[in-house]
Design a binder for this molecule. Structure first.
Ligand code: ASP
Ligand code: MG
Length: 419
């Protein structure tokens, strides 16, 4: 017998029929003797609907009241799912975040979990109940309702698993695991049986949207065993098969690093590049350019500065595309003439393609395979950045799909042994 946390996203509880299926799946685990705590999202589309409704009343909704409204979506699904369980003879009890006491800070719409009171839930689990907890929400020390940011139920589930000291946290979703890359771009993409936390963090932050990134950080920190698996399979499928399906996110020391050098290819169109031309090559220039950018609260990702010729150099960096216009304004207003740059040129038609794998630590030559592959496709690399387990290149965005496909092939990801 084990204690399992299961999380079901919006699509998985998107209709009465689907909620009944989720209940049947949970019943199977509960009847097999497992203690089951469930975290649910709102029905798909519901949180968007609630936020839009709020904006019709107040265009920039008051954050405290917005959380009061947005948190209702999950209150509906915990009630419905608990009814669905009772209807098939499973003892169940629903809890809002506040009823559990999921204590958060007071940063409305993006609150962070501080603690979870597991006592009541343990008592219910011990007496054979399934507990159904609302994801995405908590309350602050003044008993204000708070929400955790979009996609926050993943983090609720992982935090609950940590608080309950669960054996595993199963994230049921509309995809059947984590893939080597997006199967919509590369049909040969393969589901990974395991991926390490570090790799998952890179994949998540580089644009693979399977899990909310904070939930992955949380799981790494509290050492929660996390599995991503499909909620669209037959709910009566044998429990042993289901328990081993999907992708397990592992700790590096449990992994055989000798196998594949690369685990996946991530990509994002979310960035824009900015170049200041002919800036003086002298101490303090990077600070004079990026200081005002940081003061405007804009995050910088990649940075390139060449060695100067005749005392002049070009300076390029990337920012999130949403902050591109703001960054251009800051540079034109506060930086350009001040440092004597001849021009500030922006380019939003770029994308970032990255290869990710902890195997890079023990394999050499990964970067050269990447560069050769892009060269063979005639794709110009505009910027490069590396970390111990990742190499990213900025290329023109019209080449994104070509680059991803070519790299997936070059690293043999369609056939690599699944670790
Ligand atoms: N319902 C919330 C959202 O749509 C939380 C979640 O689904 O994880 O963002
Ligand atoms: Mg989600």
């Amino acid at each position: 017998m084990s204690l399992i946390v299961q999380k079901y996203g919006g699509t998985s509880v998107g209709s009465a029929e689907r909620i009944k299926n989720v209940a049947r799946r949970i019943a199977k685990w509960s009847r097999a003797g497992h203690k089951v705590a469930v975290v649910v999202s709102a029905m798909s589309g519901e949180t968007n609907r609630l936020i839009d409704l709020a904006k019709e009343i107040q265009p920039a909704p008051d954050p405290r009241e917005l959380d009061v409204v947005a948190a209702t979506g999950e209150q509906v699904t915990i009630g419905l799912l608990s009814m669905g369980l009772k209807a098939i003879g499973v003892k169940a009890r629903s809890y809002t975040g506040a009823q559990v006491r999921v204590l958060t800070d007071s940063a409305f719409t993006k609150a962070r979990i501080l603690s979870i009171d597991a006592g009541k839930l343990h008592a219910d689990l011990d007496s054979g109940h399934v507990v159904v907890v609302a994801g995405f929400q908590g309350e602050d020390e003044h008993r204000n309702i708070t929400t955790l940011g979009r996609g926050g139920s993943d983090t609720s589930a992982v935090a609950l698993a940590a608080a309950l000291k669960a054996d595993e946290c199963l994230i049921y979703t509309d995809v059947d695991g984590v893939y080597t890359t997006d199967p919509r771009i590369v049909p040969e993409a393969r589901r990974l049986r395991t991926i390490t936390f570090e790799e998952m963090l890179e994949m998540a932050s580089l644009g693979s949207k399977v899990l909310q990134i904070r939930s992955v950080e949380f799981a790494g920190k509290y050492r929660v065993r996390l599995r991503v698996l499909s909620s669209l399979t037959d709910p009566e499928m044998p429990l042993e098969l289901e328990a081993a399906s999907g992708t397990l996110i592992t700790f590096e020391e449990d992994t055989n690093m000798e196998e594949a050098a690369i685990s996946g290819i991530a990509f994002t169109r979310d960035e824009a590049k900015i170049t200041l031309s002919s800036v003086p090559d002298r101490p303090g220039i990077a600070y004079q350019i990026l200081g005002p950018i940081a003061d405007a609260n804009i995050d910088v990702d990649m940075i390139i500065q060449n060695t100067g010729v005749h005392g002049l150099t070009d300076f390029s960096f990337t920012v999130h595309r949403n902050e591109y216009a703001k960054a251009m304004d800051v540079l034109n207003d506060k930086v350009k003439s001040h440092i004597g740059a001849t021009s500030v040129v922006g380019d939003a038609k770029i994308c970032k393609v990255s290869v990710v794998g902890i195997g890079m630590r023990s394999h050499v030559g990964i970067a050269s395979i990447m560069f050769r592959t892009l060269a063979e496709e005639g794709i110009n690399i505009q910027m490069i950045s590396t970390s111990e387990i990742k190499i990213s290149c900025i290329v023109e965005d019209k080449y994104m799909e070509l680059a991803v496909r070519a790299l997936h092939k070059a690293f043999g990801l369609e056939q690599a042994p699944s670790r």
